[in-house]
Design a protein around this ligand. Structure first.
Ligand code: GDP
Length: 348
């Protein structure tokens, strides 16, 4: 799918060719067959359509997603979270290279709602994952920009489907361990990995209980140099702490491992743990049940998102909303009555 006729050409033939090339970029049939043949350009273009705010692009994107669905679901989906600086991208680089050496085809996506972004969004910085980016067997896609948490999550889920249809058998979804990202990622993966650092004896403090409960395993990263001893100590503390949580469905007991993304050590053990857990879950039918539950949840979420955006996007509501807010603030109308009035308007 190589193209590129100059945009400023005055030659009518060139202009026609340019229009045709543009049409090809959004032609669902071409994109679908490209994706199913593993064409990364077609995959990237289709993801751009998923991320687009244009209604016509959304329509094409939906056609592509529907065509890809029967070819999806065959991958292993792994979520990786941790606070900024813990070494997520370094770890994914080392882990990803290991997986590619094992013959896997790897897609790395990010769930990075703009609200959690500081400078340099995750995966947005081109210098990250330098080796993996060059690999023929890896596809790396940053988080869509300018999106709400719900928007990023939906788009990432749809992107997973396209990546799987394009033949990627392992999908890693990276998220920053602050904000709502990890909850969304947990609900789209088969295995959820928490990266941690050894600190000065305060490892267990400041961890959101929810994240620990979600984790299928914990990796203490940066276990190298003078940090080996503290990392091993932290490993012991996490093991004890995790034993206090109720076991996961099927009896899976989360492992606590150590690794160094920098020295690329401990990486294989992480993959063994993930594989062991997934073999167990498949045997017990939990793997499939999880995915079915996730699909049900995403159906409900999509409906709720759509209803909300239809409601707030309705010009009648936009006109009346501020007025009702002021009335509620001034106690001239009760919040309940204002809500009933606005909901009534949206149904007219
Ligand atoms: P992220 O923000 O979680 O994606 O973290 P990065 O992967 O960008 O890493 C943050 C910093 O930690 C960088 O300076 C890395 O070089 C460093 N780092 C990452 N992994 C390791 C590791 O295993 N050992 C050591 N010593 N440093 C690491």
């Amino acid at each position: 799918m190589s193209d590129q006729t100059p945009l400023h050409s005055t030659d009518p033939d060139n202009a026609k060719r340019y229009r045709e090339q543009r049409a090809r970029k959004t032609d669902p049939e071409l994109l679908i067959s490209g994706i199913l043949q593993g064409d990364r350009v077609a995959l990237s273009r289709a993801i751009t359509l998923i991320e687009s705010k244009k209604a016509s692009h959304r329509e094409v994107a939906n056609t592509i997603i529907n065509a890809c669905l029967p070819h999806a679901s065959r991958s292993v989906r792994i979520g990786i979270t941790g606070v900024p600086g813990v070494g997520k991208s370094s770890f994914i680089e080392a882990f990803g290279k290991y997986l590619v050496r094992q013959g896997k085809k790897l897609a790395v996506l990010a769930v990075d709602p703009s609200s959690t972004r500081t400078h340099g969004s995750i995966l947005g910085d081109k210098t990250r994952m330098q080796d993996l980016v060059l690999s023929e067997d890896a596809f790396i896609r940053p988080s869509p920009s300018g999106e709400t948490a719900g928007g990023v999550a939906r788009k990432t889920r749809e992107t997973i489907i396209l990546c799987e249809a394009a033949g990627f058998d392992t999908v890693i979804i990276e998220t920053v361990g602050v904000g709502q990202g990890e909850l969304a990622v947990h609900s789209m993966v088969d295995f959820f990995l928490l990266l941690k650092l050894a600190g000065a004896g305060d490892e267990l403090q400041g961890i959101k209980r929810g994240i620990m409960e979600m984790a299928d395993s914990v990796v203490i990263n940066k276990c190298d140099g003078t940090n080996v001893k503290p990392a091993k100590k932290a490993q012991g503390e996490f093991k004890r702490a995790l034993h206090l949580y109720p076991p996961k469905p099927g009896g899976w007991q989360p492992e606590v491992l150590t690794a160094s993304a920098l020295e690329e050590t401990g990486i294989e053990a992480v993959w063994h743990t993930i594989s062991e857990c997934l073999v167990l879950r498949r045997k017990q039918g939990i793997f499939e049940t999880n995915r079915r539950e996730q699909n049900r949840m995403w159906l409900r979420n999509t409906i709720e998102d759509q209803l909300l955006s239809d409601f707030y996007g309705d010009p009648k509501i936009r006109a009346a909303f501020e007025e009702q807010l002021t009335a509620v603030e001034n106690n001239t109308v009760s919040p309940f009555a204002a809500a009933q009035y606005l909901l009534g308007l949206s149904r007219q």
